[in-house]
Ligand binder design. Sequence first.
Ligand code: TRP
Length: 466
Amino acid sequence: MAQEKTVTPGMHGQWSSRWAFILAATGSAVGLGNIWKFPYITGENGGGAFVLVYLFCIALIGLPIMIAEIMLGRRARMSPVNAMQALAKQEGRSPAWKILGWMGVLAGFLILSYYSVIAGWALAYIFRAASGVFSISTADGIQAMFGDFVSDPEALLAWHTIFIVMVGAVVARGVSKGLEKATKYLMPSLFILLLVLVGYAMNTDGFQQGLAFLFTPDFSKLTPAAVLTALGHAFFTLSLGMGAIMVYGSYLPKNASIAQVSLVIVIADTAVALLAGMAIFPLVFANGLEAASGPSLIFQTLPLAFGQMPMGQLFGTLFFILLVIAAWTSAISLIEPAVAWMVENHGLTRPQATFQALTVTWLVGIGTVLSFNLWDFHFSFFGQEKTNGIFDMLDLLTANIMLPLGGLLIAIFAGWKMKESHSRDELNGNRSVYEFWLFVVRWISPTLVIIVLLHLFGVLKLIGIE
Ligand code: TRP
């Protein structure tokens, strides 16, 4: 049944200012990716060299593609599926470009399904921190506590459900009303608390070793899996490649400088990740823990710090509350493209669309709940042993394949398929900044992504380059 579409650009409202956008986009970018994922993948991939590749990807791929994604969103002022369709038409390109929007909607669902389970862990840890058990536990005890926790699927499912409901409560209300307020004070508080943790880490005897692990590159540890993971993480941590930043960009007022806001977001996001690393690795070494222990890393290290530091009960509780909030503001952006599209094309109200989208997400999330207990099968990814079944598969599929592919298509569209006069008009500002961006987004970012992805598919080996 064909329904008349009533999609009007800007129908979902607008941010009240440039700062509101920066806060919301930073809220989307800063999340579990920075505090939970960055440290654990850095630990799994040997430290310094991985961090360097990651920083390189942020600067040469993440920043230019963020500018491109915001630009596409603001120009179309619709959800990514319709935005890509409208832009392709405007530029006289194939309507197939809307597949990019679709892939993003799918990636958003899949990422949120596991993201929510991990956010559930952080929720549960608020109460552990508040109870004071950390101060009476040894490193072994804290490890065992985590092990017991994730081996209980019912508990994980309950926390996952609570988190999904929290996301629904905000998304149903609409992004500019629900979101703007949440981020204003909470993001800066999280930043300050991280500084406190780094301060604590400085006084442990693992600090030198932790810093050396993070910042002294040892290229012999750099495997192909590590390079691909670093690239994927650059997209993941900046919320790029699936339309989340595009949809936020579509609510951005016309007069804001896209290059400037992008730079602010990228710097803030990177700073949070590095601070998290500087808080966590010293604890790993001071307590003789395993850097490569995977997704459990922060849940085994930070409780130790909170257990030992003065006022640790208070700081620990606050920290996990802020971590949940950071995850919350990110999760919202994962589902927003799907919800905005359902409202645009299916005549649903926001609450209806939110309910349907999150029900699907919740169901898929059960796969991740089981990945840490009943169904934790192992597999190998480029020789790297993965131990958490569905969770690892979803993470690899989305972060390491779908996001880079989406980002690549965004770069190609913005750099090659869009008339220069159009992109210049959106990015109006400094001429040499524009020229530089255009060069990078045309030549550098796509080339790098293609090289890494080809590597993934083993094509380089096939044609004998390696
Ligand atoms: N960037 C968020 C984080 O680091 C996660 C996230 C939110 C995301 N929206 C996204 C990742 C869109 C990829 C795409 O925690």
